[in-house]
Design a protein around this ligand. Structure first.
Ligand code: NAD
Length: 275
């Protein structure tokens, strides 16, 4: 799908991949780009910068907490009332935490709501109009950690796996009814979220070894737009990750063994204080 003339909503648009994608959607002549984020002032700033760069009021910033169904519904309803049926909804907001089974339920709950349920709630409130008109495009951001693993963050790994599963289910179930679905699985992109992992200085080397070459959000956005143009069901920012995906499927035990070695290296670097 070309984003030209399309009504686009991006969540997590105040920062990182979402902000870069919002800018590129606007540059590709989308009709309107709604920048939604829990960080309302950040979302408005991104929208203002887009409008200043283009010299017209194309982008708008809005508050939305994607971890609350009411907030997701309000976003979709408000955009629908002012601009019509959303053409492309990019459910991109996400949270990471460095968690394990001992981590408090609130952390797991937040990851579940933001990384997974936000996609379900978006689909719930988008589908009626999309099925009615036989057209709609949902892009969800999971992670390469949702296919492989995110070392050091159990809640992220689990909820991103669920996000991949949901995107695949949606693509299969509504694929012959005009609803297209792409699941974006980034590897390392230089954003505040990546810093949750690399901020632990001793873990940095392992994280970066597993996350691939860290790219800038603008480059990730170019790959997202290319993936949407191709209507790719799976969009990888780092195509080289395909090799690890194939290794995981073809010899699961060997893949786990390799990841155990990576995790051991990380633990050794962290010393006795590590998880
Ligand atoms: N950066 C990477 O290396 C990487 C790798 C794999 C996947 N991802 C995924 O990419 C997506 C974008 O992350 P990013 O790297 O650009 O991070 P980022 O921290 O730059 O941006 C995330 C944005 O999501 C917003 N957000 C958080 N909780 C929210 C909520 N409840 N409601 C609305 N907005 C909320 C934040 O305010 C922030 O603006 C996330 O889903 C993340 O998991 C990133």
């Amino acid at each position: 799908m070309e984003v030209r003339d399309k009504l686009v909503v991006v969540t997590g648009a105040a920062s990182g991949i979402g902000a870069a994608c919002a800018g590129l959607f606007a540059a590709e002549a989308a009709r309107r780009v709604v920048c939604a984020d829990l960080d309302e002032s950040g979302a408005r700033t991104v929208a203002r910068r887009i409008n200043e760069a283009l010299g017209r009021d194309l982008a708008v910033g809005m508050r939305c907490d994607v971890g609350q169904e009411d907030s997701v519904r309000s976003l979709i309803d408000e955009v629908g009332e002012s601009d019509g049926v959303i053409d492309l909804y990019f459910a991109n907001a996400g949270v990471a935490s460095l968690s394990d089974p001992l981590t408090a339920d609130e952390v797991w709950e937040r990851a579940w709501r933001v990384n997974t349920m936000a996609h379900v709630w978006a689909a719930r409130h988008l589908l009626p109009a999309w099925l009615d008109r036989g057209e709609g495009y949902l892009v969800t951001t999971a992670s390469i950690g949702g296919i492989l693993t995110a070392l050091g963050d159990a809640a992220y790994t689990t909820t991103k796996h669920a996000a991949v599963g949901f995107a695949e289910w949606m693509a299969i179930t509504y694929g012959d009814r005009g609803v297209r679905v792409s699941c974006l699985c980034p590897a390392g992109v230089s954003t505040p979220l990546l810093a949750v992992f690399t901020g632990v200085e001793t873990a940095k080397d392992t994280v970066l070894r597993v996350a691939g070459d860290v790219m800038q959000p603008d480059e990730a956005a170019r790959r997202v737009v290319a993936g949407i143009r191709d209507e790719a069901t799976l969009i990888l920012t780092h195509p080289e990750m395909q090799v690890f995906m194939e290794r995981k499927v073809s010899d699961h035990g060997r893949w786990i063994g390799g990841m155990i070695r990576q995790w051991r290296l990380q633990r050794e670097a962290q010393g006795p204080a590590g998880p």
